[in-house]
Design a protein around this ligand. Structure first.
Ligand code: INI
Length: 155
């Protein structure tokens, strides 16, 4: 059996973007930090890393469509934080962000990672953004880096 998988390393030439929602920025800023840390520690050149801010998770797929159409990026790490409130808004925003991010990755055959936290409480989000449960931003960028290398194996 030939096992094929992506490596967790960059050669420094890859052009990557992080797209982050500003909504719940005390969480998303930490996720961006974790994603940047993963990019640098796995060999990325910071001159090749862009950070693009959007109002909230709902807007991520729209800018993703525009950015991927330019064919300027090798991969995009999407970051957001959708926290449940007392209305059904959470369900609409999280569903559109999830569906939209996946659709854009498929449309442009480019690695895109899904780093939109969806939690019931702010405490759960804090746990995942640099405290008890680590910083999932690091994991979201690492998944992107692995998929970038895996895509190359099918060029
Ligand atoms: N956007 C988020 O990123 N997280 C949320 O928790 C959230 N809630 O709960 O409302 C949220 N709403 C804003 C939304 O993403 C859009 O920016 C807004 O609807 C304007 O299009």
């Amino acid at each position: 059996m030939k096992r094929i998988e992506g490596k967790l390393s960059l050669n420094g030439d890859e052009k990557i973007a992080i797209v982050s929602g500003r909504f719940n920025h005390i969480i998303t800023d930490r996720l961006v930090e974790g994603a940047r840390d993963a990019f640098i520690r796995q060999g990325g050149n910071e001159d090749n890393l862009d950070l693009v801010m959007v109002p909230g998770a709902f807007e991520i797929p729209f800018i993703l469509d525009k950015m991927l159409s330019l064919k300027k990026y090798d991969g995009i790490c999407c970051v957001g934080a959708v926290i449940r409130g007392s209305t059904p808004h959470f369900d609409y925003v999280s569903a559109e962000a999830t569906k939209g991010i996946a659709t854009m990755g498929l449309k442009y055959h480019t690695p895109v990672s899904f780093g939109v936290l969806t939690t019931n409480t702010i405490e759960q989000a804090i746990e995942r953004a640099g405290s008890k449960a680590g910083n999932l931003g690091f994991n979201y960028m690492s998944s992107l880096i692995e998929m970038l290398d895996l895509y190359k194996k099918f060029d």
